[in-house]
Design a protein around this ligand. Structure first.
Ligand SMILES: [Zn+2]
Length: 275
């Protein structure tokens, strides 16, 4: 660990800090979950290629729910076989040390933080969780586990039985993935957006891990923390907007490397009790 980071962690640690950790696709890529960017993200319907920005929309679901479900079930079949990694586990340790002074905000819908053992109370999945569904008609059944369905083949239609399982038991409408679509807005009820902002507003330290900052709530969290003078650490093998924010922060540090290699050590240094 380089000296600058070590000093920053020592100074932050001595003040019983409130810590917000913001994670993105990079932390899950190390568990083998594809990011589905670029050509990996294509989905072919008829003779046309669709990008995630077109498939993961309320508009697409309204016009072709079966196709959207096929795409989700295929893409996120991979999540069930992936395992949480050392970086996910390090954040479980950090939560155990900090208790209520810890908040995890994740853009990932793969459920790996939950499966690693991060608590539901202190984990805000601001883009939802693909292991859950809710009624597309919003009839009041709340959020429920995704019914157990085998991952469909890439070129197969959904079976009538599968379609039946994806219907609301209360009103008969389609169930929808419990995830934020590209043409929808963040909210508190489903995605705990206000809670995430509130935690950021009180943070003494923001650790950003593997996120490219493409969406607006994470950027809002970054700029809020910068404005209030929080220490900011960006862990990412690649350049990204949060590195720019960390660079501008009075107490900021850029760690150009992988989450699995760096996060456990950062957590270890935050967890040492002051003498
Ligand atoms: Zn319903």
């Amino acid at each position: 660990m380089h000296l600058e980071l070590l000093h920053l962690l020592e100074r932050v640690r001595s003040r019983n800090p409130r810590v917000v950790v913001l994670t993105g696709a990079g932390i899950s890529a190390e568990s083998g979950i594809p990011t589905f960017r670029g050509s990996d993200g294509y989905w072919v319907v008829g003779s046309r290629n669709y990008m995630p920005e077109e498939m993961a929309t309320r508009r697409m679901f309204a016009s072709d729910p079966e196709e959207v479900w096929r795409w989700y079930l295929y893409r996120f079949g991979a999540c069930r076989h992936a395992e949480p990694n050392l970086a996910h586990r390090a954040l479980v340790d950090l939560e155990a040390t900090l208790g209520d002074r810890f908040t995890l905000v994740t853009q990932n819908i793969d459920g790996l933080h939950r499966r690693a053992g991060s608590s539901v109370e202190r984990t805000h999945c601001i883009h939802g969780d693909a292991a859950y569904v809710r009624c597309a008609n919003d009839c009041g059944i709340g959020v429920q586990p995704l019914p157990s369905i085998n991952t469909p083949k890439i070129d197969a239609e959904l079976s009538p039985e599968t379609c039946e399982r994806l219907k609301c038991h209360n009103c008969g409408a389609w169930l929808r993935p419990h995830v934020l679509w590209f043409d929808e807005y963040y909210d508190e009820e489903n995605y705990r957006a206000d809670s995430a902002i509130r935690a950021a507003a009180r943070a003494d330290l923001l650790i950003v891990v593997g996120t490219s900052g493409a969406t607006n709530l994470p950027m809002q969290i970054g700029t809020l923390c910068l404005r209030q003078g929080a220490a900011i650490i960006d862990v990412n093998p690649e350049a990204n907007p949060f590195a720019v924010i960390a660079d501008r922060a009075e107490r900021g540090c850029i760690v150009r490397g992988s989450a699995c290699e760096n996060l456990p050590e950062i957590v270890k240094h935050l967890a040492i009790k002051p003498e």
